[in-house]
Write a protein that binds this ligand. Sequence first.
Ligand code: SF4
Ligand code: SF4
Ligand code: SF4
Length: 241
Amino acid sequence: MTRYGMAIDLNRCVGCQACATACKIANNLPKAITYNTVYTKTDTDPDTFGTAVVHGAIANDSAGGEWPNCTLSFLPVQCQHCDNPSCLAVCPTGATKKREDGIVWVDNSLCIGCRACIMACPYDNVRSFVEGEPEYYLDVVVGEADAPTHEAGTVEKCTFCHNLIDRGEVPACSCVWRAPASGAISTTPSPTSARPSKAARIASCVRARVRPRTSSTWSNHDVYPLMSQGPFAGPAVFADA
Ligand code: SF4
Ligand code: SF4
Ligand code: SF4
């Protein structure tokens, strides 16, 4: 059985927000809902994640620091499609489901909006509660015809674009800077010379607990060595046969 993972090479991310925008359009997401957040970081503090346009920040803040020691980096974050998802364990109705290929999704016809999954998920802002009737930027439905529906009082999150995966395509957020690619996922950590940042250490603990199948090359490049190869930014999808 093919199992999917997603790789995001932070060294190549330019913060263009194309992945977040493509996700919003492909899934006809309401104004208040986002499945994919690109954080902008303008300092070198390893304990913070920076700001995000979808959370009200000014688009792509100017670089921090003083010339010539300026810094600007970006971190796209979406559901990690954990192998051992906390959200699945707490869902009282079976609305949160996990497919054999590893994709975690929500059947909103079964969701009662209890938000236990949001509380249980170790990642911030990857699940969204649809508060009231959804409002849209446009009067017309956009995106894929088989995109998820959006119902008041339910919880949503990244679907790994399983509608696209199921017809042999790649997720809408696959990065504009490279062609889609697939390959074997390696979970063998590579040696690191520097002590990981606090954020990396927290991420490692979270990874050990829920074993995410989406990974960003944070400062220690320690999860999927394949990700740091090739001329790509991210997100890109990998599958093991
Ligand atoms: S990142 Fe959160 S919402 Fe996504 S599968 Fe893991 S626990 Fe569930
Ligand atoms: S909000 Fe919906 S998906 Fe989340 S735990 Fe409750 S019933 Fe399950
Ligand atoms: S995989 Fe699909 S649903 Fe998930 S963030 Fe990317 S575009 Fe959005």
